[in-house]
Every structure is written in C-alpha cells, then in structure tokens.
Ligand binder design. Sequence first.
Ligand SMILES: [Zn+2]
Length: 285
Amino acid sequence: MTDGQSFYFILVVFYLMECVKFAPPGSQALVCHLGKFGACSLRQPVTTAWGLKKSVFLAPLLPWPSALYLAPGYAPEQTPATTIARVSSIRHHQRFLRKATQPLRALAVLNLLNFFALLPAVYVRTYDERSILWTLAYCYASLIATAIHYHRLHRRLLPREQADRFKTTLYTALLPWHAPRAADLILLKGSLRWSPLAALAANAKNPAILKQLQYHWRAAHFHPKPRFPQAALATAFREAGLDPSDWLAKPKELDGPQYCPCCHSGYEKQATRCSDCDGVELQPA
Ligand SMILES: [Zn+2]
C-alpha cells in the first residue's frame, strides 16, 4: 500500500465511524429519503452499547439526500418538558430543521467531494507537490468555512449546548471525516425533542410504521403493559388523520386455530396465552 492509499484507507474508516450514531436506549430511527417527511422508513438499532446505555444506529452513508432523525425511546412519564408532542408541530419542526441545515448539508457534500474526489484526483493526475499543497489549502479553507457556518447554526438552534458546540466546531474545522457529517448532530439533537408516538404518527404513510401504530393500538386494548396509553394514541391518530376504528378486528389471514389479539400471531389449540406479548389471552379464530 502506498502512503496515499494508507491515508485514504484511514480516512474511509474514520468516515464510516462517523456514520455510527448513538441514541437513548429503546429509540428507533427514521430515515427521510429525498427530503420527504411523512413516509420516513423505520431503522432499528444495529446493536446496543451496554456500557454506554445507548442504542447504536447506522446513518445513511452519504450526507445527502437522505437524513436520519430519531424517535426517542422515552417512557411517557420520563418525557421532558421540552418535548414537541403534536404531530403538526413535529412536521413544522422537521421543515424548520431541514431548511436551516440545507446550507450545511451542501457544504457537507462539497467537503466530501473535496477530500474523496478532488484531492486524490489532483494527487494521481499531477504528482506535483505545489498543486497538491494548493488543493489541500483549498480543502482546509472549505472545512474552516463549514466550521464557522456550523458554529453559527448550532448557536441559533441549540443555544444552551456551549461545550458540545466548541468540541464539534473544532472537529468540523480540523477533521475531514467529521465535517461531512456535521449536520447529523443538529438533526439528531433536534429530533430527540419529538414525542416518539407523534413522530411515528407523522410518518404513518410508511407501511411498516402504520403496522407498528396498529400494534400499539391493539396493545393499548389487550396488553397488560402497553407502551402508549389509549388516550395518547387516540389523540395522535386524530392529529395525523388516521382512523383506527377497524384496527381491533380479527386478522384477515390466520395461520392457526387461535390468534393473539395483540400481535396477530397464530397459535395451536393447546396454547392459551401469547408468548411474545406478556401472556395476553389467545382468542379463537
Ligand atoms: Zn402476541
């Protein structure tokens, strides 16, 4: 391996490490494709970092056009006072975050192209020390411009997090693998204020999320310890324009003589309770 290849190998490894995101335990991630909120796809954690008590997610590998948000895993009684609880407020907040981070995401793409395309191209094509040094100076100038913009944006959106701002601005100015992911921090921190239930309801156009909301609705009726109370679910559904009136009906396709009214799994005759839903009583098909 040449020096250049080793340098890029390390750059890629560090960049991939930047794509790993930590969130409070029990969180789910929402991946917004092409800036379209409302039909975000769900992303489950790849693992749990037990030592840190965090769920670990893998963000989309490019800083644009997809974006990662979080539906935090708070229990209703732990929900902080700053939570954005209404579906319409979450939609509004997401639009605000997307708009505010647009220039930062454009700079992210520029930094990615500078370090992963322009610099190696100049190196391979010219082998000229002077040209390489000028390109490197330009690449670092764009990093510093990104850091200045990031600092201003962070101060506007997260005014109280001064320690975090100082650290991440420094990383953005100095580390070519960090700068392309600088916008992630703001989007993730911003979305951690969303109520998990309302964030899911705002994205009910996605079939997997709709299925999960239907499960929570049945759990609120049949499960001994549902994650969300019935009243909170009803409010979120009303706000999102969802009608749950037929969500408690029998599943259309049954794969056993009995079924669990909560998760809709089929069971044989000998079983009496669902093994996945804390012993919910089975119903005849
Ligand atoms: Zn079940």
